[in-house]
Design a protein around this ligand. Structure first.
Ligand code: COA
Length: 167
């Protein structure tokens, strides 16, 4: 656990939005042919909601962003039946392997649950072990934009005191 890292919700006016959009644009831009960095920044600003879906979170070291993850309504253009999605999980080089992505992922899970979403989806070409360790399970293998990916699902745990009340 990286103690000096805090996780913060970003609002659309945040000065951190452009760098987060640049990370995503550099890493996943091929999935959105023709999308400029300017468009990616505008889209990310729109995803900076006040709570629930959509939300954008940053892992901050002091006031410097070192990672990000989002909660969005859809992340796969032909699977609008699945919602919401954990998306855009990214940690800056030099900050990986310290549990920061794991913290961000669990933060997004809690955000979803707090807003009534008890099932979440994601897709990944190569990070299945990370998500499996956090309780996600594979539900579909497919080709997406020429890449073999796994769609994964997380059933967010309902706290035991809530179950007791429901009984
Ligand atoms: C994939 C990615 C998000 C993982 O971020 P991360 O912060 O390194 O992830 P975590 O630290 O939570 O977990 C990763 C590894 O560190 C290990 N780890 C977790 N906490 C640790 C700690 N305190 N000390 C050392 N290692 C730790 C985990 O066990 C895991 O081990 P692995 O190498 O066997 O997988 C990051 O590598 C990245 O941004 N990659 C490029 C973008 C990308 O692929 N995003 C995912 C899209 S689906």
């Amino acid at each position: 656990m990286e103690e000096r890292i805090r996780i913060a919700r970003l609002d659309g006016d945040s000065p951190h939005v452009p760098i987060l959009a640049e990370w995503a644009h550099d890493t996943w831009g091929h999935l959105h042919p023709g999308r400029s960095l300017g468009s990616a920044i505008a889209i990310l600003r729109d995803e900076c909601g006040a709570g629930g879906v959509p939300s954008v979170f940053a892992a901050l070291h002091g006031d410097t962003p070192v990672g990000t993850a989002s909660l969005v309504a859809d992340d796969m253009s032909d699977r609008l039946d699945l919602t919401p999605w954990l998306a855009s999980v990214f940690i800056r080089l030099g900050w990986r392997g310290r549990g920061i992505a794991s913290r961000l992922i669990q933060h997004v899970e809690q955000e979803a649950q707090a807003h009534g979403h008890h099932r979440l989806y994601l897709y990944t070409p190569d990070q299945q072990p990370l998500y499996r360790r956090l309780g996600w399970r594979d539900i579909e293998q497919r080709d997406y934009h020429g890449e073999a990916v796994t769609i994964m699902q997380c059933d967010v745990r309902i706290p035991s005191h809530t179950i007791a009340i429901a009984r």
